[in-house]
Design a protein around this ligand. Structure first.
Ligand SMILES: Cc1ncc(COP(=O)(O)O)c(C=O)c1O
Length: 458
């Protein structure tokens, strides 16, 4: 009987076409790509296609996709139900700057599924949604400042890029008096001064900030689960506390549901945590990957539009986005997709747990099964600052090593794994095999003192 070789050869990725395209792209695009987050140096991936839970790069390496475009692909890539509807609609012409019935239906579906949203407007990106919500909150309250939480990402407008994801926690300052840390150059100091960062899960600091500056705080914007910091969860009672403090000081509560919306529960984080915010942003899940986004909230606050607060956009509610949202939300409406994704997540977590337990490694799953992170630590992780004490180098090495083994998580421990309805048993088995092989290789390399693989992240 044949026996397994003791040491399996390290698989490698084919890179010929992508390496050539990278060199070509560098001539026209900074970093060879359109987003700093995809600028992985020589390892930058150029995609060919996706179908269901899988994706193929230009060299035809095949991966189970655990990034899913940073979360939007709920149903699977190239879902024919959505694509056919979008195709039919787009053949009627795409750009009119006139409102289509699909826009109205998409907004109705957001209201119906969330149950608490009363009025909605569509945008193209999550960035636009959070930017407009901050403006509406300022317009409604007549106040200037916005509180956000460290480690939270709300998009790429200036007001969102404060205290997001530094590697060096020292840059964030004292936790009782955090620094307003702008991400990169080009963000005016005057803008930075209007955004107050607070550590997540810390109601005492939040209250102290309100007591000092409450008269000028328009809103608290919160990603209900720290989706961009391993999906760190709120402590028991944290959201209720934030809701109570905002009410006490007359500020609005904005849920940034760009990642959590229609994913962590049918009605998003508001339903999951039983909180009624004043406003919320939605994006990713609403269009199964098409560039659709929206913001909404109570009728009273949203009635700042159209007369008192500016919102527009040539492509706001464009035909493709609206059609994608109608088709996707109609499928998500009965909740079975979200439940199926959760079950797949639980099953993958169980498989990962048995691999990790066999190695005796301390770990935590952060987030929820539909969107979870793996932290190598035995500590309780409650805020972004805790990330630094986890073994994220080991995580990064494992994630990078999974790519040549046929599964693609984001090669940065701060980004959770995303699952979709199309992930099947074969995908799950491949993910677990890739994880096990990569973990073993990373631990071996560590024992031998070999530097762990990692990607140059933008
Ligand atoms: C919580 C959250 N808010 C806002 C955004 C920005 O969305 P977009 O990339 O569509 O501009 C993101 C993107 O990842 C996000 O995760």
């Amino acid at each position: 009987m044949a026996t397994e070789p003791a040491i399996r050869p390290t698989p490698t990725l084919k890179r010929q076409r992508q390496a050539a395209l990278y060199q070509r792209a560098l001539q026209s695009m900074p970093g060879g790509t359109d987003s700093n987050f995809r600028a992985w140096g020589e390892d930058t991936i150029y995609v060919d296609r996706g179908k269901g839970g899988r994706v193929w790069d230009l060299d035809q390496n095949e991966y189970v996709d655990l990034r899913l475009g940073y979360g939007p692909v709920m149903l699977g890539h190239a879902d024919e139900r959505v694509d056919d509807y979008v195709n039919e609609r787009m053949r009627r012409g795409v750009s009119f700057s006139l409102t289509s019935e699909d826009e109205v239906r998409a907004c109705e579906l957001i209201k119906e599924i969330t149950g608490w949203v009363e009025m909605v407007r569509m945008t193209v990106s999550g960035t636009e949604a959070t930017m407009h919500l901050m403006r509406i909150a300022r317009g409604y309250t007549g106040r200037t400042k916005i509180i956000k939480f460290e480690g939270q990402y709300h998009g790429v407008h200036d007001y969102a890029l404060i205290s997001v994801l530094p590697n060096d926690m020292g840059e964030l300052g004292d936790r009782e008096n955090p620094v307003r840390l702008a991400w990169g150059r080009g963000i005016p100091e005057a803008v930075t001064q209007t955004v107050i960062p607070v550590p997540y899960n810390d109601l005492a600091t939040l209250r102290a900030v309100f007591e000092a500056e409450g008269d000028d705080i328009a809103a608290v914007i919160i990603e209900p689960v720290l989706g961009n910091a391993q999906g760190i969860l709120p402590k028991e009672g944290f959201h209720q506390g934030v809701r109570a403090i905002t009410k006490e000081f007359g500020a609005l509560l904005i849920f940034d549901e760009v990642k959590t919306g229609f994913r962590i529960a049918r009605g998003g984080a508001a339903e999951y945590f039983g909180i009624k915010p004043d406003l919320a942003s939605f994006a990713k899940a609403i269009g199964n990957g098409y560039p659709a986004a929206a913001f909404g909230g109570s009728r009273e606050v949203m009635s700042m539009l159209p007369d008192k607060v500016s919102h527009g956009g040539t492509y706001a509610g464009n035909r493709i986005a609206a059609a994608a949202a109608v088709a996707t939300l109609s499928i998500l409406k009965d909740g079975s997709v979200v439940e199926g994704i959760k079950q797949r997540g639980l099953s993958i977590q169980a498989g990962l747990a048995s691999i990790l337990d066999a190695k005796g490694l301390p770990y935590n799953f952060t987030g929820v099964p539909a969107m979870f992170g793996i932290m190598f630590t035995d500590q309780d992780v409650r805020e972004y600052r805790d990330w630094v004490n986890t073994d994220h180098d080991l995580y990064d090495a494992v994630a990078v090593g999974m790519h040549p083994r046929g599964a693609m998580p984001e090669p940065d421990s701060r980004e959770p794994w995303f699952l979709c309805a199309a992930h099947d048993d074969a995908d799950e088995a491949q993910v677990l095999e890739a994880f096990e092989g990569s973990l073993a290789a990373a631990l071996d390399a560590r024992t031998q003192g070999i530097a762990a693989p990692s990607l140059v992240l933008g």
